[in-house]
Each structure stands twice: as structure tokens, then as C-alpha cells.
Write a protein that binds this ligand. Structure first.
Ligand code: UD1
Ligand code: CA
Length: 473
């Protein structure tokens, strides 16, 4: 059997009582991604996923479903009796599955999401160099309240005497500045030898993993602390407020990364940009823009204020004017959208096409250079190139039960305020007169008129005014 040198355990079984939310804490999102998935992503850069053990308990099935695609292992902690108990479950998992325990075990918290691979490798290397039984990653935040505190033998010594939880701090310890990040490296044998000795005689009545520190010290083992200056990377997300602070920090980091790649972002603190969005150089993003999910934006685009773009792909040189909503849309080079366009899933807008104000598209392919500039609904539509869709045109695609397709060829002109009752085809180069209701196919090059003929009554207005004039008395 192969003994891995390192494995990583991620504690993610807790409920997150302080969030006051139905959703398990580790599935709350920052930067558009669940806390746990941030931690797993960092861990996978340090050890392969088959050596990563995620401890699940509260809403275990939901948490597993959210992380299954990463290929990590899961360990069930059916009852959540504290962080020490979570690691007892890992020990039991190795034993009951006949797995060789790794020589060293890194422990991460599922609710400390901004941890980086560099910091995880840093603590591992420090732990090995110090030949420690336990290494604790620490930081000194402006306000340490709420965190466990790490007490060192002397202020300059790497050696630790104990970790004391907030509720157990003695009066003179309340100002102890160095916090336990909840991230540790252990010599696995030393850790496992002490786990079963943990007690629950503390204010929470839980098995604290943190108590292992003092136990190891009293056995003469070496326990050290590594303090990081990258405070944000080790902060926990225990309340919605803390989580939103981390969200803002992460989004600002994403914006800065994009700016370093040549993207201009005005007032980046007002923009909501998810962690996995990509944008190419010379694109300009105005204030109050949201770029979400798997959105990819090319070069030389401009995204004007108040647009929300989700899971969409924009080629180079696209102009998105104010207030557009894009969801799962793909936009060709040099296209022009908005203001106030709504592109719903499976909208494919061709190169140089114009989709103007108050135009809604859904499952619609619109060809190169075609224009729908005002007040239009295009659903289940296949539209060729060089087409002009007049103001107020509607594809009537839904009969109350089924959706039907509208097919429009190249260079078709659809007059304003026309309704196209699907299924219907307007062949290449055809014309539809304004205000037509089109229910039959229009052949190539034909003109279709589908409206009542106008009736004009000469001199009608004058006689009406006479009839309506008040009687003279
Ligand atoms: C813990 C540390 C504290 C540290 C802080 C850093 C302990 C006793 N305290 O406190 O010293 O400053 O993290 O963020 O460890 N979990 C389980 N099973 C359980 C209980 C918790 O998997 O039975 C998981 C939670 O889902 C969470 C992590 O462990 O991801 C930490 O638990 P939490 O209750 O948030 O601990 P803190 O009170 O923050
Ligand atoms: Ca926590």
C-alpha cells in the first residue's frame, strides 16, 4: 500500500448557526462560488484530489452534490460534535477503509475561503522545516474578537503553548492579538494519538481540535505557529457581514487582476465580477456593471453602466449600452446592444448585428449585420444576414402548449408593428408591409401585406365638430 506523504482534510460539516440561514454555510457563495469550492480549488493545487478528504455532515447530500465534480473524497460526520470530532471521523475513515494514513495531514476549514495554494504550501514547508508535530497558521487582525487565540512561549518564539477559544479566554487574555486561522499541519501519528483523549468540558460542549495543541505540548512535542501578513486569506466567514466583506475583497482582487491584463474598470468597487470571468485587453467596463458566472468578454468591448451579463460570450469590439441583461447569450464581433436589451438563453447575435432598446430575444439566431433596433420580441427564431426588423415586430412563437419556429432568410425587410405567427417562413429578400399579421409563408422576393385596407372619409371631421358644438341659446 502506498503511504501518501501529505493529505488534506477540509472541515465542512458544520451548520453555520451564526449565519441564520437554511443553506449550509459552506454552500454560501462569495465571488459567485461556494465557500467550499474556493477551498477545494486551492487544495487541489497542492495535493491531488484523491488525497483530499472533505468532512460533511449538516445537509451532507447537498454539500456532496455541490463538490462531487471536483473528484475529492468525502467523510461523513453524522453528528457535528466539534472540530476535534470531525478529525476523529477522518481517523475512523482511514481505519475502516484500510487506508494508510498520510505521514502529515493538513487541515483546512471550509469556511476560510480565501486561502491560497501558496499559503497552504507555505505552512506545509514551514511544518517540515520546523519538524513540528503541529503547525498553526495565524494572523494578527485589527480586531481578534471571536477567534481562538494562539499563545506563544515568548513573543518571538515560533513555539506555542496553547490555543484558547474566545469563550474560554481569561480576562488578561482577552487582548491576545494572534488568532488561530483554523488551518493546521499535523504529524498524523501525533495527531491521531491524541484525538481520542479530547474532552467536551468547554462552553460549547464540543470536541475542540484546538485542544490538541496543549496536549502535544504537555507531551513534550513541538507545536509552532506561522503568522501570515495576508490577513484576508485566513479570515473566516461566520456571519453574512463577514462573508460580504470577503466577497468584496475577492471581487476587488478579480478586478485588479483584469486591470493588470489591460482592462479598464471605472470605479471597480461598484462592479460585481465573479471570480472566473475573463476579459481581454482594451475592453472598458463602466461603473455598476455585473459580470457573472462563466462570462467571457473579448478585446475592445465597452460595457456601459447597469448591465448584468451572466454566462455569456462576447467577441471583440462589442458595445453593450446601458441597462442590458444577458443570460447565456453569445454575441458576435462588433455587435451593438441596447440600451435596455434583454438577451435570454440561447440568443446568438451575429457579427455587427444591432439589438436595440427594449428588444427581447430568446432561443434566437440573428445573422451578420441584421438589425432589430426597437421594441421587439424574437423567440424561437432563425434570422439570416442583412435583415431589418422594424419597430414593434413580434414573433408569436407560443400557441399556449407548444413553441414554434420563425425562419427569416437573408436581406428580408419586416415592416414595423408586424406579428409573425409561427411556424412561418419569410424567404430571402422578401418584404412584409408595416402592421401586417403574417400567418402564411412568404416566398423569396415577394411582398406580403396582412392588414385591413385603410378607409378614408373625406370631410368627416368638420361635420362631427358641427354636431358636437354646444347649442347657442
Ligand atoms: C474555529 C477554531 C478557532 C479559530 C476559527 C478560525 C475550534 C474549536 N475553533 O472556530 O480557534 O479561530 O475556527 O476560523 O476549532 N466543523 C465540522 N464539524 C463540526 C464543527 C465544525 O466540520 O462538528 C467545520 C465547520 O463547518 C467549519 C469549520 O469546521 O467549516 C470550523 O468550525 P466553526 O464552528 O466555524 O469554528 P469557529 O467557531 O469558527
Ligand atoms: Ca468558523
Amino acid at each position: 500500500m502506498n503511504t501518501p506523504t501529505f493529505a488534506i482534510a477540509i472541515m465542512a460539516a458544520g451548520k453555520g448557526t451564526r449565519l441564520k440561514s437554511k443553506r449550509p454555510k459552506v454552500l454560501h457563495e462569495i465571488g459567485g462560488k461556494a465557500l467550499l469550492l474556493h477551498v477545494i480549488a486551492a487544495a487541489r493545487q497542492v495535493v491531488p484530489e484523491e488525497n483530499i478528504y472533505v468532512i460533511v455532515g449538516h445537509e451532507a447530500e447537498k454539500v456532496k452534490a455541490a463538490a462531487a465534480h471536483t473528484g475529492v473524497q468525502f467523510v461523513l460526520q453524522a453528528e457535528q460534535r466539534g472540530t476535534g470530532h470531525a478529525i476523529q471521523c477522518v481517523k475512523a475513515h482511514f481505519a475502516s477503509n484500510g487506508l494508510a494514513a498520510p505521514e502529515d495531514l493538513l487541515v483546512l476549514s471550509g469556511d476560510v475561503p480565501l486561502i491560497t495554494p501558496e499559503l497552504i504550501s507555505g505552512i506545509r514547508n514551514f511544518h517540515l522545516a520546523e519538524q513540528a508535530a503541529m503547525t498553526i497558521l495565524t494572523a494578527v487582525p485589527p480586531d481578534p474578537t471571536g477567534y481562538g487565540r494562539v499563545l506563544r512561549k515568548t513573543p518571538d518564539s515560533p513555539e506555542v503553548t496553547a490555543i484558547v477559544e474566545q469563550k474560554s479566554l481569561a480576562a488578561e487574555q482577552l487582548s491576545a492579538p494572534e488568532i488561530n486561522s483554523g488551518i493546521y499541519a499535523f504529524r498524523t501519528a501525533a495527531l491521531f494519538a491524541h484525538l481520542d483523549l479530547l474532552k467536551t468540558d468547554n462552553p460549547h460542549g464540543e470536541y475542540y481540535l484546538t485542544d490538541v495543541a496543549a496536549m502535544l505540548v504537555s507531551d513534550g512535542a513541538r507545536v509552532v505557529a506561522l503568522s501570515t501578513a495576508n490577513l484576508q486569506e485566513v479570515l473566516g466567514a461566520n456571519t453574512i457581514t463577514e462573508m460580504m466583506e470577503l466577497d468584496a475583497a475577492l471581487r476587488l482582487k478579480t478586478a485588479r487582476k483584469l486591470m493588470a491584463q489591460g482592462v479598464t474598470i471605472f470605479r471597480p468597487e461598484t462592479c460585481t465580477i465573479d471570480a472566473e470571468v475573463t476579459v481581454e485587453a482594451d475592453t472598458v467596463i463602466e461603473p455598476f456593471v455585473q459580470l457573472l458566472g462563466a462570462t467571457r468578454i473579448g478585446a475592445d468591448c465597452r460595457i456601459r453602466s447597469y448591465s448584468v451579463i451572466q454566462d455569456s460570450k462576447l467577441e471583440d469590439g462589442v458595445l453593450v449600452r446601458h441597462g442590458c441583461v444577458l443570460d447565456n447569450a453569445s454575441i458576435g464581433e462588433g455587435a451593438l446592444l441596447g440600451p435596455y436589451a434583454h438577451l435570454r438563453p440561447e440568443s446568438e447575435i451575429g457579427e455587427g448585428a444591432h439589438i436595440g432598446n427594449f428588444v427581447e430575444t430568446k432561443n434566437a439566431r440573428i445573422g451578420k449585420g441584421s438589425k432589430a433596433n426597437h421594441l421587439t420580441y424574437l423567440g424561437n427564431a432563425e434570422i439570416g444576414s442583412g435583415v431589418n426588423i422594424g419597430a414593434g415586430v413580434i414573433t408569436c412563437n407560443y400557441d399556449g402548449v407548444h413553441k414554434h419556429k420563425t425562419t427569416i432568410g437573408d436581406r428580408v425587410f419586416v415592416g414595423s408593428d408586424s406579428t409573425l405567427v409561427a411556424p412561418v417562413t419569410l424567404a430571402d429578400g422578401s418584404y412584409v408591409a408595416a402592421a401586417s399579421c403574417i400567418t402564411e409563408d412568404v416566398p423569396a422576393g415577394a411582398l406580403a401585406l396582412g392588414r385591413a385596407r385603410q378607409v378614408t372619409k373625406e370631410d368627416w371631421a368638420g361635420s362631427r365638430r358641427e354636431k358636437q358644438a354646444p347649442r347657442k341659446s
